[in-house]
Design a protein around this ligand. Sequence first.
Ligand code: SF4
Ligand code: SF4
Length: 354
Amino acid sequence: MAVKIFIAADRLDSVLEKLSTKIDLWIPALLKDDKSGPTGFVQYTPGITPAFDRQTTMPLKKLLLPQEETLLRFKYQKDPEGSLKTTIALDDPKEARPTLVFGARSCDVRALVTLDRVFANGPYVDPYYVQRRKNTLFATLVCGQTDSKCFCSSVGGGPADMEGSHLRIVRLEDGYLVEALSKDAQPLLADLAEAPDKSRDQLAAKLVKEASKRQVGDLDTKDCAPAFRNRFQQNDYWASMVSQCLSCGVCTYVCPTCYCFSITDETRNLEGERLRSWDSCMFYHYTLEASGHNPRPTKLERYRNRVGHKFSYIPERYEGLLGCCGCGRCIRSCPVNIDIRQVVGNLKENSNEQ
Ligand code: SF4
Ligand code: SF4
């Protein structure tokens, strides 16, 4: 039998507080003390108000792929027999605490399917990512606040898509109906709140049904890969689409499916750390080689790579999976209003013209 609870709106704080004693709890919230400022996922502490009303500015990915993390520490030890001999003692921290994300959206959780292919299911498994992934559960909001930039239905998702989610949250007028979708999530709901009454249960089922039917976005993503190949060498096309790009990299930082990173060693005296940090394929230096050669020297090649990666290379490599979840963040955040839907949508338009 399904395990469900109803959390009255005025009891949300106390329920979150109780939940946070069972598990590390993360919620969407303001990142600054400014109601119209950026939002992101933060660890819950009593007093933080969840920001459920709009898509967060920053995506979920930092929970599984932190913006900066230490991969290992090392220490050179002088050998008393000869100061030139050194040994390296490696210490790789991989501990991940059980975590619940409460109030993610379906596009955010679906984006992790792309990251899983790369970090967990590919030929090279990333133990840091996998540890966190295994220990993280997602309570996902059935999305009722799409805006003109969202296009989740165009890329295989939808406002009620629960792929990868462990609990479903349906927002009602007077509170939230939360249902466990997987067995490992059921214990979290024990002793938190009462089961919903019949009328609320029926209303939630109706809202889920309606949200499942809603079509968000009308981008045609069929056959993008061949269309992209056709356009690959048409520099005029790419120039017409992205000439105003500033190479600021914001689109990649806010993107839940972008995962480029760089690795650096930071050493002080005989000790140091190996760090992994987010990088961006929109930066000139990202592909700059030690020889001085840069295979993607202009923004045109860099934006083309970004589109190709999401709509051609990933689908071809991973059986049709798109590298975009349609969250619209890159469109909302681009300072010069470049719209990836327009670039992808136009791939097929008169693509044989040169
Ligand atoms: S490319 Fe844009 S719309 Fe697609 S997942 Fe990334 S930020 Fe979202
Ligand atoms: S956010 Fe816009 S301007 Fe900045 S790199 Fe991306 S496409 Fe270019």
